[in-house]
Design a protein around this ligand. Structure first.
Ligand code: MF3
Ligand code: CO
Length: 256
């Protein structure tokens, strides 16, 4: 399928969708503390999106027929859970790490972003895991100038993670974003054997590095959605939606 480029007007609309996601995540970050039941997170998103007139992009989403409709407005993945965790009643404990992955559809366009937040104090190794994952995201963003190719972004992400000895998860990754949450191209978190699509002005993509402390092999939980590490080791995920623009740095659409 051809990669769709956005017009100036479409980019304007995508800024609003992205900012809404960024602002909502910024508020959710302030809610995270030991003793919080994660159901409260889902409730806040529901009320905030209703108040602002945004649609819950994730709710009822089905990437393929084998998936049951996604039952929430947010993915909450805790500790050994990597992505796509379904929020259920669970109280956060000191030392947990929690990934919040949020999508909003606003004026017809999607914003998609994720953060991982420490619950109270975590070990220095876990702090490093989180820093490396976020650094990998920003390295990918910095590499996404016009005139380069997708593989330059994938390579920058890999090169940030590899020297640390942490695991790079394969089989999941970022994607084009627009009127649909998932558009072409797929964006892996490691170097490919080809250059990939050229990064042209008007391309909007979500980058989402996923990093593990231990072995990077992952599996699905029986709920059909939640992805966790096979060895039960901690893992981390950050995501931004970015627009490639001629003559400028890539614009991060999902900042607050
Ligand atoms: N950022 C995630 C992704 O791109 C969000 C999808 S979660 C889903 O895969 F529940 F909606 F599928
Ligand atoms: Co995404």
């Amino acid at each position: 399928m051809a990669v769709k480029l956005k017009s100036r007007d479409e980019l304007k609309a995508m800024r609003e969708a992205g900012q809404l996601v960024g602002q909502t995540l910024a508020h959710l970050r302030t809610m995270i503390r030991p003793g919080l039941n994660v159901r409260e997170i889902e409730k806040y998103v529901h009320e905030e999106f209703k108040r602002r007139g945004a649609k819950e992009t994730f709710r009822d989403y089905r990437p393929a027929p084998k998936y049951p409709p996604y039952p929430s407005n947010i993915c909450i993945s805790i500790n050994e859970q990597l992505v796509h965790g379904i929020p259920r009643s669970r109280v956060l404990k000191e030392g947990d790490i929690i990934s919040l992955d949020l999508g909003a559809t606003y004026k017809g366009f999607v914003g998609d972003a994720a953060i991982t937040v420490a619950v109270g104090n975590v070990s220095s190794e876990v702090q490093r895991l989180m820093k490396v994952t976020e650094d990998a995201l920003w390295a990918g963003i910095k590499a996404a100038g016009t005139g380069t190719h997708l593989n330059d972004v994938c390579g920058a992400i890999e090169d940030t993670i590899k020297p640390t000895g942490f695991g790079i998860v394969k089989g999941y990754g970022g994607h084009g974003v627009g009127r649909d949450m998932h558009e072409e191209p797929h964006v892996v978190n490691h170097r490919m054997r080809f250059r990939g699509t050229p990064l042209r002005s008007g391309l909007v993509i979500a980058l989402e590095p996923m990093v593990t402390i231990g072995n990077p092999d992952v599996e699905e939980e029986p709920d059909g959605w939640t992805v966790r590490t096979k060895d039960g080791s901690l893992c981390c995920h950050f995501e931004h939606t970015i627009a490639i623009l001629e003559g400028c740095e890539p614009e991060v659409l999902t900042l607050p």
